[in-house]
Design a binder for this molecule. Structure first.
Ligand SMILES: *Cc1c(COP(=O)(O)O)cnc(C)c1O
Length: 349
């Protein structure tokens, strides 16, 4: 079988959630961000493992993603929708008991008219200029909205992974200015914000990437491994080249393994001639271009060609691979496509 196996360690995800939960005070609730199919790892299994670990509040990007989480978890846990209440979402928000984080006056009006009394939160823009109600708009509507009883006032930090960035303090100050004295539960921190310390924690934190073993949570436990089957091995003579565009040429006799996995599987083409695969503890350089379904690896130095080579393993995290590709761990994780066979590791309860 040429299909590669993506191994997802649900115990590691649960351990990362507990570790992030311990980083804030006992009065601070820790939610879990499971948007984009739990960062590519599979939302049904991941959300269940997180609920088992103790998570009671979940965040998704779109209402449709909330539907998948509700189906996985059943009634009870609060599921918040970061894109808010879009036209066409009303029925789903109501039927599946989703909590939209309203981002604009338009969404606020839509929600209060369509579903009066249905839980909602408000996302405030404190300086990222992406989503959320801005300061002046907020000042105009805050008193009316607070009477309607939002479940949460939240905002998002643009530079939390850079602790010394001046925007962190500026956003913190703006968030205080917009929310102090409201008496409504508040949330500002994602993974990076948790690591900035207690001033950023408020009542609820919203970690995503740290749950899945990614930076900036540098003490997280690795949650994914990926091994790619070797389909074929060939001998290449000095002067012969390998792959599309002849971008790698052997200068000595070489043994090349062709393995299953390519850019259609979320291995970026920018890894061409720039990454390592691993046979246990032995690194083997990726040579030539990454193609759609295949990559080629120099295994000349191995005594025996293995059945598969690892690309995500103890020696190479998602962030290491991201560095080689010129991107971030978030993009590597969320690009891991549906083509892999997924194997979930979990202690049997
Ligand atoms: C994605 C997202 C998060 C989670 O961020 P991480 O950096 O993955 O922890 C939290 N809040 C909002 C608004 C987000 O968009």
């Amino acid at each position: 079988m040429a299909t590669a196996t993506l191994t997802i360690d649900l115990d590691a995800v649960a351990a990362n959630w507990r570790a992030l939960d311990r980083l804030s005070g006992p009065e601070v609730q820790t939610a879990a961000v499971v948007k984009a199919d739990a960062y590519g790892l599979g939302v049904t299994r991941v959300a269940r493992a997180l609920a088992q670990a103790g998570a009671r509040r979940f965040f998704v990007a779109y209402a449709e993603e909330g539907a998948a989480v509700r189906q996985a978890l059943g009634p009870g846990p609060q599921i918040s929708v970061l894109s808010g209440h879009m036209s066409g979402d009303t029925e789903m928000i109501n039927d599946l008991d989703l909590t939209p984080m309203l981002n604009s006056l338009e969404q606020i009006t839509r929600h209060l008219e369509a579903l009066p009394g249905h839980p909602f939160g408000v996302q405030l823009d404190t300086g990222m200029n992406r989503l959320g109600v801005e300061m002046l708009e907020w000042q105009a509507v805050a008193s009316i909205l607070i009477d309607a009883g939002p479940a949460l006032l939240m905002s998002h930090l643009a530079c939390a992974d850079e602790p010394d960035h001046p925007l962190n303090a500026t956003q913190l100050e703006a968030f205080h200015e917009m929310t102090d004295g409201t008496g409504i539960p508040r949330s500002l921190a994602a993974t990076g914000g948790i690591l900035l310390g207690p001033k950023y924690h408020f009542d609820l934190t919203r970690p995503g990437i740290g749950l899945y073993g990614g930076l900036p949570f540098d003490t997280s436990v690795r949650a994914v491994s990926l091994g790619l089957p070797v389909i074929q091995t060939r001998e290449v003579a000095p002067g012969e080249s390998v792959g599309y565009g002849c971008t790698w040429t052997a200068d000595t006799h070489a043994v090349i393994a062709t393995v299953a996995g390519g850019y259609a599987d979320g291995l970026p083409r920018t890894l061409s001639n720039a990454a390592m695969l691993w046979d246990g503890d032995v690194p083997c350089p990726l040579v030539g271009r990454v193609s759609m379904d295949l990559i080629t690896v120099d295994v000349t130095h191995l005594a025996e060609v293995p059945k598969s080579l690892d690309i995500l393993c103890a020696h190479q995290t998602v962030d290491d691979l991201a560095d080689a590709a010129g991107t971030i761990g978030y993009e590597i994780l969320t690009s891991l496509g549906p083509r892999y066979l997924r194997r979930y590791q979990e202690r049997t309860a």
